[in-house]
Write a protein that binds this ligand. Structure first.
Ligand code: NAD
Length: 396
């Protein structure tokens, strides 16, 4: 018989919330996980009301504290297997810590926390409890991100010399926060978003894409955090020049004031043998440029190992991952679902007492989340000193 679906709880998501909806759809995509409970707002009445109006029956709680309290009273198979934390950044640390203490696995939105001190405390707690922990760097879930990782990490474009990883948007080109727009309002408030606005929000995605695809770390950086929209407290333009662990260089940049750009996350990796390019707005393909040759465009699910560029032994688990034939387009929800699918495997392994991979190869783990916060902290410091070269904090 098939195993029971995993029980998932949501933290955040009432009212006009955004990311809860793609997250919840992705939870349900395979039928092996379902949302059963939620604490949808910081306001107890609104939390319960929103749960009553959810698109399918769920158990609504007044707060996440009440939701965790209830866990102890439930029989094992009815407890939450994991929670998805989709609250603004200042409400990541507390529910994540409480979930781990309650023995519930955590799928937390990025950036991991409000600051590095909180991130450090969470890492220590995760090591102590051993609870599986994912950080929602959505774009790692595209099959083509995984394929790009394979190509670069197996040396097919040679030694990495230069990486340009960027996430460019235009939605904060005006003072949208003054209109009361929910998502803009908290993102420009340092008490709710953290020390960097644009960098914390989407610069962390650009950094994660670089680290995931190349396997390289940023060792030191020179940053400029700029605010183009007058009266805004946090940066809306984030440019970081980086020294990489192999001696290569990189630009990690993000902007929210470039009108016309929507969710323009992309990475270009220039190696000694060739260049790889990938863009999330066209996530079905990866382009390879080799000297003196026509460009090679690899489409998801029509990749042929042993074609003169790819070796015959492309890993079988990578080749087996696509879920639908090429041309039936995968997108944002599929990427999220691929992360949840991988996380589900780790949660089930952990529950049955087996070793949990959680090694960052299938989704960002808590150490990746910590590195994102360390990067933001170093970038803020550097920018405060007019772009002075600043070392990344040592991993804990
Ligand atoms: N992975 C991605 O691609 C991606 C995309 C967008 C946002 N995010 C991240 O997701 C998080 C949420 O962003 P959003 O744009 O959906 O925000 P949002 O403002 O749309 O939604 C936040 C939700 O949290 C609820 N909330 C706030 N405090 C709460 C509390 N104490 N208890 C329960 N609920 C509470 C709000 O009522 C709201 O429903 C942020 O950390 C953001 O950085 C990630």
């Amino acid at each position: 018989m098939s195993p029971r679906p995993l029980n998932v709880g949501l933290i955040g998501g009432g009212g006009t919330a955004f990311i809860v909806h793609p997250q919840a759809r992705a939870v349900h995509l395979d039928g092996t996980r379902h949302v059963v409970a939620a604490a949808l707002s910081s306001n107890p009445e609104k939390a319960v009301e929103a749960a009553k109006k959810w698109c399918h029956p769920i158990c609504g709680f007044e707060s996440y504290d009440a939701m965790f309290e209830m866990q102890k009273k439930l029989p094992v198979g009815e407890r939450l297997d994991y929670v998805v934390i989709v609250t603004p950044n200042h409400v990541h640390f507390d529910p994540a810590a409480k979930a781990m203490k309650a023995g519930v696995a955590v799928f937390c939105e990025k950036p991991l926390t409000l600051n590095l001190a909180e991130a450090t405390a969470l890492v220590k707690l995760q090591r102590k409890t051993g609870v599986p922990f994912a950080v929602a760097h959505t774009y790692l879930g595209h099959w083509t991100s995984r394929f790009a990782r394979y190509i670069v990490r197996s040396g097919l474009v040679g030694d990495v010399r230069w990486v340009d990883s960027s996430y460019i948007q235009g939605w904060l080109a005006t003072k949208l926060e003054d209109t009361g727009q929910t998502q803009a309002s908290w993102r420009v408030n340092p008490k709710l978003a953290g020390a960097s606005g644009c960098g914390g929000d989407i610069g962390t995605h650009a950094l994660m894409q670089l680290r995931y695809v190349t396997g390289l770390e940023v060792t030191q950086l020179s940053a400029q955090l700029e605010t183009f929209v007058q009266g805004r407290q946090l940066d809306d333009h984030f440019t970081v020049y980086c020294q990489l662990s192999n001696g290569g260089k990189a630009l990690v940049r993000a902007s929210q004031i470039c009108i016309g750009h929507k969710n323009d996350l992309g990475i270009e990796v220039a190696g000694t043998k060739g260049t790889l390019r990938w863009r999330q707005e066209e996530p079905e393909c990866v382009t390879i440029h080799l000297p003196g040759q026509p460009d090679r465009v690899y489409w998801r699910s029509v990749v042929a190992p042993g074609d003169g560029f790819l070796p015959k032994n492309v890993p079988a688990d990578l080749m087996a991952e696509p879920t639908i034939p090429s041309g039936h387009t995968e997108g944002f929800h599929d990427a999220f679902a691929r992360l949840h699918r991988s996380f589900e495997a780790d949660v089930r392994a952990w529950q049955s007492g087996n070793k949990v991979a959680c090694d960052g190869s299938k989704y960002a783990n808590i150490a990746d989340g910590w590195t994102g916060m360390a990067f933001i902290e170093a970038a803020v410091q550097s920018s405060g000193k007019k772009g002075a070269w600043t070392k990344m904090p040592k991993p804990i």
